[in-house]
Design a protein around this ligand. Sequence first.
Ligand SMILES: C[S@@+](CC[C@H](N)C(=O)[O-])C[C@H]1O[C@@H](n2cnc3c(N)ncnc32)[C@H](O)[C@@H]1O
Length: 250
Amino acid sequence: MSEELPKVFWEIHNGLPREGPGDNQSTRKAYMLLKDLPKNPRILDIGCGPGMQTRQLAKLSKGQIVALDFHQPFLEQLKNSARKEGLLDRIKVVNGTMFNLNYEDNSFDLIWSEGAIFVIGFEKGLREWRRLLAPDGYVVVSEMSWLQPDLPDEAVEFMKQVYPVIKTVEENLDVAQKSGYRIIDSFVLPSKSWWDNYYNWIEAKLPAMKVKHKDNKDALQYIACEETEIEMFRNYSDYYGYVFYILQVN
Ligand SMILES: C[S@@+](CC[C@H](N)C(=O)[O-])C[C@H]1O[C@@H](n2cnc3c(N)ncnc32)[C@H](O)[C@@H]1O
C-alpha cells in the first residue's frame, strides 16, 4: 500500500468508518484476553487508519495511545471523532511510517495493528516490533489467513493476485512463535464485520464512481478490482478471512 494509489482509490476510501474489516466487539474480545497489562498501558496502534479501534482501545484501557498512520486525512478523521468523544487527551496522533518506527526499546506495553501488518509483512512486522515492547508486552494483529485446508481453485487464484503470501492460521502461529512470542489466543473476525464497517460502504459508492469516471479506463479498472474483491469475499468467506493473533513477548 502506498500514497501513490490512484485518485479513485482515495475517493472510494476516504470517509469510511474503517479502512479494513473489523468491529468494536472483536477489538474488545481481543483486548480482554490481555491479562498482564499494567493499569495505564502504553499502546501503539500501527496503521490506525480512521481509528475506530483506536477509540475503542481508549475506552477499554486507561492508557495512552500513539496512533500512527501515513495518510493524513485518516488521522484527521480520527482526531475529529476522538475529540467529540472526549478521548483525544489520551490519543497522540502521529503521521509516520511503520517502516521507520523511531521509538526506543521497551517503549510500549501493547502494539495493536488491525489489518495493517500485511504492509510490512506478518513475520517482518512481528520481528521488528518486538524490541519496542516491554518484557511481557503484547502484540495484537489481524491478518488475512486461510481458514480451511481444502480451498476452491477460484479463491486460490484470486489470492495469488492480491495476497500471494497468505498463510493458514497454523502457519502464522508457527511464524509468531519463531519470531519470539507465545500464543495467547487467536480467533476469526466474523464475516459480518467485513460488510457492516467496510464492504457495504464501498459498494454504496461504486455506482456513482463508475458514472464520474466513465471515460477514465484506469479508474474503471480499479473500480472493477474492488468489485471482484467484494464478490470473492461474498463467495468464499468460509475459506479466508481476517484472524486476530494475540501474542505475548516470550
Ligand atoms: C487496511 S487499513 C486498516 C486501517 C485500520 N487499522 C482499520 O482497521 O480500519 C491499513 C492502514 O495502513 C496504513 N498504512 C499503509 N502503509 C503504511 C505505512 N507504510 N506506514 C503507516 N501506515 C500505513 C493505511 O493508510 C491504512 O490506514
